[in-house]
Design a protein around this ligand. Structure first.
Ligand code: FES
Ligand code: FES
Length: 917
């Protein structure tokens, strides 16, 4: 198709350039596509996220909103123009030092907004920083470290801390090994770095929640658009058209056949040049739809006579989970106090700032896919399944991942770009639009929970019962994982002798619910923590002390009967919070005595979380090599999705080997070059892959010491191709160049595998589902405007038993980010299919929403973990919402039973309780 372009002259990063573009083309696209400046990111293409922020004549603008013609004759500065004489600028250094970039996809926009501020105001206040950066969204960091970095940017000599010496990496606040690339725009994400001759793929999706359809004659469309190279329908899928997480649950079509089961389901794929595939209007595509009454919500899904969403699933039940411990009736009989309640939560969208993206190419009889992902090895296996290839014919090369949180554990672009590239023999890329990302991909399961709990007069819990129904949407995805994990965790981290927990995953015509930071445990946490607050009140016991009375500890049996042998630091977490708790509660009550409309309250909540897969083998293998020219490489199959695993795996491996961390290079997740480290989920990578990295380092060290006939106290030093092993006065030099190389070019190598020991659960859910658990207690101070129903979180204290903080800066960042997402779950995030498919209708926390956060580490070492470490990714989020709800109750006397507690719901509850009229 003809595209009218003009030559437009502008200055970019101090260099005069001319671009040939349509005048209305957006600056962000021109920078990326015409000038190759892919440091400018596109998160929404609609002015909502700020990822595309650049400076135009020194002022921040959203480049996705600016027509390139408006930039004619003006100066544009992008992140690539920030570094000074090849060095990170002081602002970039401050970001590096503070760990302000996690996944890094928002970082260019943050840096540009900060540059604008600092150019006008070199010493801004915190509120000035919040204002200036307020248009840029971050889903990972909780913003606190970004604010710290901006306020610290003017500090002289503020380079990142020196890299730790050999043997001192674990526990060091080492800057991210991939930090500089994220700060300069050099990092390549899913939508970056497509080869020149790449075709683009656009997916045609269902506009209906449930419908039958037929595709008409496509030849007029092909004739009208010569740039349209191929159209794929379900018949073009060469292997299985069905995929899914579980071998027995492959129920989701790559392309729908005759029927769609949720709005956003893929129906056809259009492949051609980028302009053509995006120019085709939906109404030009001959699809005849017959709408069917959709099954929306848990109640509809379970109602008698509801249509079956999946033909094979009677009653729309995907799966059930259950757990039975002790004798529930005895527990009720022994009780002095009882509490019960119903709780509901909504669909929650991951809202990572990087939409799904990647590209594929055929390399002879193999397919190679460069993609943003949390799970390269599962991707490899699933792509082989749908393309009809052997696993070793598929290579996944993960790009940097701009946030995942569970949402990039499922396939997105992978199958279709693979099929198209395989068929066409040309590179094929696909980048989801923001609405597409939100409509088509998985969500947190909405939950409907009934629960009751009981305690004796002394506050000791005697019984607990919960049933949770989860809306698992149209396809299975991770629904079985949620149904299994919730009964295990549903009592919270407390000793309860008598328990009955059940769960059901219910199919509906909602979007598939999948993995989202916690696998259902955050929803259950809202229920159990509310019940314990109620019991504490009835028993006349302070809420923190009630939790301390019941906190599970070493030697106690969990709900599954597993006796905790090690690392169970919850009591210490509560003890750490106790002085803050007393002071904050007192301050809130004093405030309320003189305030009629604004009311403050402080809530507390605890959590536990089993690190790794539930009762399943989930091994990880890591390798380290030293090449003949003296380069140390960690072959790391674990996808770094922003959590910092690239860095902490090196910290662990470095100390195990005895060589300084800054000598390490790494390969991340490339399935041709690494071993399977499993997926980046379930808070397992630090614990499982970290242990594997430790074992790999120890293995390599053992081999080197054997080569040198040296004892374990020997030290290693690398200088060029010379590896020196020193023990007392004795030195032995190994000439690496003289050794034969393996297929990676390494002269020496070590390998470690770790599979955490678990046990299958029996019919009553008894057994050992996890090798270790993380624990935490968080408290939140909340201010409620009882007239408006608005709730604002003023401060949070978070005490986390992480076993060992391998990198305290990274762990704090995980806690901050988890808390921000927990705050969103509590107060604002509600995905409504068809209604909140963009980042202005779907609200996530911004700079102004995330309060001051104090992070307290409790390090109760886990002997199985690397240097004692456990996981932190999910634990950070789980207690936040219930702590906030506890704060609302303390402030107003009203208990929220629905998340999110949006102003209209809070106000409704206040009116119902007679607090306001
Ligand atoms: S990409 Fe421009 S504001 Fe989101
Ligand atoms: S670091 Fe901000 S979105 Fe990931």
């Amino acid at each position: 198709m003809t595209v009218m372009t003009q030559t437009i002259a502008l200055t970019v990063n101090g260099r005069a350039v001319s671009v040939h573009a349509q005048p209305a083309a957006r600056l962000a696209h021109v920078l990326r596509d015409e000038l190759g400046l892919t440091g400018t990111k596109i998160g929404c293409d609609a002015g909502d996220c700020g990822a595309c922020t650049v400076l135009l004549d020194g002022k921040q603008v959203c480049a996705c909103l600016v027509p390139v013609a408006q930039a004619a004759g003006r100066a544009v500065t992008t992140v690539e123009g920030l570094a000074e004489t090849g060095q990170l600028s002081p602002l970039q250094q401050a970001f590096h030092r503070h760990g302000a970039a996690q996944c890094g996809i928002c970082t260019p926009g943050m840096l540009m907004a900060a540059r604008d501020l600092l150019d006008r105001n070199p010493k801004p206040s915190e509120s000035e920083a919040l204002d200036a950066l307020g248009g840029v969204l971050c889903r990972c960091t909780g913003y606190r470290k970004i604010v710290d970095a901006v306020l610290d940017a003017a500090r002289p000599n503020g380079a990142a801390a020196p890299s730790p010496a050999a043997g001192a990496a674990v526990g060091a606040r080492m800057a991210k090994v991939d930090g500089a690339a994220k700060l300069t725009g050099a990092e390549s994400y899913g939508a970056d770095g497509f080869p020149e001759d790449t075709l683009h793929l656009r997916i045609v999706r269902s506009p209906h929640h449930r419908a039958r359809f037929s595709v008409g004659d496509l030849s007029p469309l092909r004739a009208k658009y010569p740039g349209l190279v191929e159209i794929l329908g379900w018949r073009d899928v060469p292997g299985s058209n069905l995929y899914g997480i579980y071998p027995t649950g492959k129920d989701q079509p790559v392309l729908a056949q005759d029927e769609v089961r949720y709005r956003g389901e893929a129906v056809l794929a259009l492949i051609g040049d980028k302009h053509t595939v995006s120019a085709i209007r939906d109404d030009e595509i001959p699809i005849a739809w017959t709408r069917l009454e959709p099954v929306m919500g848990i109640t509809a899904g379970l109602s008698t006579g509801a249509p079956r969403v999946q033909p094979a699933k009677q009653g729309n039940v995907l799966t059930r989970g259950n757990l039975l411990k002790g004798n529930l009736e005895n527990g009720w009989r022994a009780a002095a106090y009882k509490a019960e309640g119903n709780f509901h939560t909504s669909f929650v969208e991951h809202a990572y700032i990087e939409p799904e993206a990647g590209w594929a190419r055929r390399v002879e009889n193999r397919i190679e896919i460069h993609v943003t992902t949390q799970t390269p090895y599962m991707d490899r296996d699933e792509v082989a399944h749908v393309v009809g290839l052997e696993k070793d014919q598929v290579r996944i090369v993960p790009t940097a991942c701009g946030g995942g949180f569970g949402g990039k554990l499922d396939l997105s672009v992978q199958p279709l770009i693979a099929i198209a590239a395989w068929k066409l023999g040309r590179p094929v890329a696909c980048t989801y639009t923001r609405p597409e990302s939100m409509a088509a991909t998985t969500k947190r399961h909405p939950a409907a929970i009934r629960a009751r709990a009981a305690c004796a007069a002394d506050g000791k819990l005697t019984a607990f019962e919960m049933h949770a129904d989860f809306d698992t949407g149209a396809y299975a995805s991770w629904g079985p994982t949620v149904a299994d994990r919730v009964p295990v965790h549903a009592t919270g981290p407390y000793f309860v002798p008598n328990i009955k927990n059940t769960s059901t995953a219910v199919h509906t015509n909602g979007p598939p619910s999948g993995a989202f930071r916690g696998f259902g445990v955050p929803q259950a946490g809202i229920a159990h923590e509310a019940l314990y607050d109620m019991l504490a009140e009835k028993a006349g016991i302070d809420p923190l002390e009630f939790r301390l009375i019941n906190a599970i500890k070493r030697g106690d049996a969990t709900a599954t009967g597993q006796v905790l042998q090690h690392s169970a630091g919850l009591p210490q977490c509560l003890i750490e919070l106790r002085p803050r708790w007393t002071a904050w509660r007192r301050a809130a009550e004093a405030f309320n005595a003189s305030s009629s409309v604004l009311k403050r309250g402080v809530g507390i909540a605890c959590m536990w979380y089993g690190c790794g897969n539930t009762s399943m083998s989930n091994p990880s293998t890591m390798r380290i090599g030293i090449s003949r020219d003296g380069k140390v490489t960690l072959y790391n199959g674990c996808a770094d999705i922003g959590q910092g695993s690239n860095t902490i795996m090196i910290q662990i491996a470095a100390d195990a080997l005895g060589i300084a961390a800054d000598r390490f290079d790494y390969v991340m997740g490339d399935t041709d070059r690494t071993a399977d480290a499993g997926k980046s989920s379930a808070s397992r990578q630090t614990f499982v892959s970290g242990r594997a990295a430790q074992l790999a380092g120890e293995d390599l060290r053992r081999k080197i010491l054997r080569l040198a006939n040296a004892g374990d106290s020997a030290t290693l030093a690398l200088d060029g191709t010379k590896l020196t092993i020193s023990e007392g006065e004795t030195r032995r030099v190994v000439d690496l160049a003289a050794l034969p190389a393996d297929k990676n070019g390494d002269a020496l190598s070590g390998e470690g595998t770790f599979d955490p020991p678990t046990q299958k659960l029996d019919a009553n859910g008894q057994g050992i589902p996890y090798a270790t658990y993380a624990f935490a207690a968080q408290m939140a101070e909340v201010e409620v405007d009882i007239e408006l129903g608005t709730a604002k979180v003023r401060r949070i204290a978070a005490a986390h038993d992480v076993g060992r903080a391998i990198n305290p800066t990274q762990v704090e960042g995980q806690v901050h980010g988890g808390i921000a997402q927990g705050l969103g779950l509590a107060l604002m995030e509600e995905y409504l299919p068809g209604r909140t498919e963009n980042l202005h209708d779907y609200l996530i926390p911004t700079f102004g929403d995330v309060p001051e956060i104090e992070v307290i580490f409790v390090e109760d070492p886990e002997p199985l973990g690397p240097y004692g470490a456990k996981g932190i990714g999910e634990p950070a989020l789980i207690p936040t919402a219930p702590a906030i709800f506890g704060g609302i109750h303390h402030a107003t006397g009203v208990r929220m039973h629905f998340a999110p507690a949006t102003p209209h719901r809070v106000r409704e509850a206040l009116v119902k309780a007679g607090v306001v009229r």
